[in-house]
Design a protein around this ligand. Structure first.
Ligand code: PGA
Length: 256
């Protein structure tokens, strides 16, 4: 299986800055067939960057999209409009759940709309600090996974990527607030068990599961060798070109 290295730029970079970053990344990055390098710029930068990108080397991802293809939905951008521009879309990121109020029902519709428009959804799930403290991690993971996948049929589950992002480990600078490989392994096992219960053993093994939450060049190797982890979703460190390319190099080393 490929290793996925996905940079989530969140609300950073102007279109010009994004274009310069992409130019530099394309220049330095070899064509690694077994590493799927993906960047997720702001929606406004996607169209111009789609004309600039070399898709053999780097794929584009949206950070979000709307579940209806067209209509009276002021301010939204649909997956049908993103079709052909991006290959992936992050869906259900904790910042959208917790700041923008997205729930599992809406996220499920977005996952279905992405698939319908030939865009691979990267469905983000993860517990908050207090949910973990109250021993609710397994329930949260199950609810968000089954909720987010509720409109995905047996035929389409091979078009989905899951990202485990414990909310408490996102944008962290303190070691105590970073997930340990053991903590990640335990939840990834849970994710695969839930996938097995819904879709069967083969799917449970084959759906790519990524980890995200304060991934840096210094911990990327340890996270990539967690059993069942197929890649990384990177926020802060993906904004710094040298850190992002370091992580890609680490992925290459670990996978070969
Ligand atoms: P971080 O963000 O790497 O800055 O913690 C990850 C994410 O939110 O996807």
């Amino acid at each position: 299986m490929k290793t996925y290295i996905v940079g989530n730029w969140k609300l950073n970079f102007t279109v010009g800055e994004a274009s310069i970053y992409l130019h530099k990344l394309l220049k330095t990055l070899p064509n690694y067939r077994d590493i799927e390098v993906v960047v997720a710029p702001s929606t406004i930068a996607l169209q111009p960057l789609s004309l600039q990108v070399d898709r053999h080397k780097i794929k584009l991802s949206a950070q979000n999209g709307f579940y209806r293809d067209y209509g009276a939905f002021t301010g939204e951008v649909s997956f049908s409009q993103l079709r052909g521009i991006v290959d992936y879309s992050i869906i259900g990121h904790s910042e959208r759940r917790n700041i923008l109020g997205e729930d599992d029902k809406m996220i499920a519709k977005k996952v279905a709309a992405a698939i319908r428009n030939r865009i691979t959804p990267i469905l983000c799930i993860g517990e908050t600090e207090s949910e973990r403290a109250f021993g609710e991690t397994a329930d949260v993971i199950r609810d968000q996974l089954t909720g987010g996948l509720s409109e995905v049929s047996d035929d389409d589950i091979d078009k989905v990527i899951i990202a485990y992002e414990p909310v408490w480990a996102i944008s962290s600078t303190k070691a105590a607030k970073m997930a340990t490989p053991d903590e990640i392994a335990e939840v990834v096992k849970l994710i695969r068990k839930n996938l097995k219960d819904i879709y069967g053993a083969k799917v449970a093994e084959e759906v790519p599961v990524l980890f995200g939450g304060s991934v840096k060049p210094s911990n990327a190797g340890a996270y990539l060798t967690v059993p069942g982890v197929n890649g990384l979703l990177i926020g802060g460190a993906s904004l710094i070109l040298s850190e992002f390319t370091d992580i890609i190099e680490t992925a290459k080393r670990v996978s070969s």
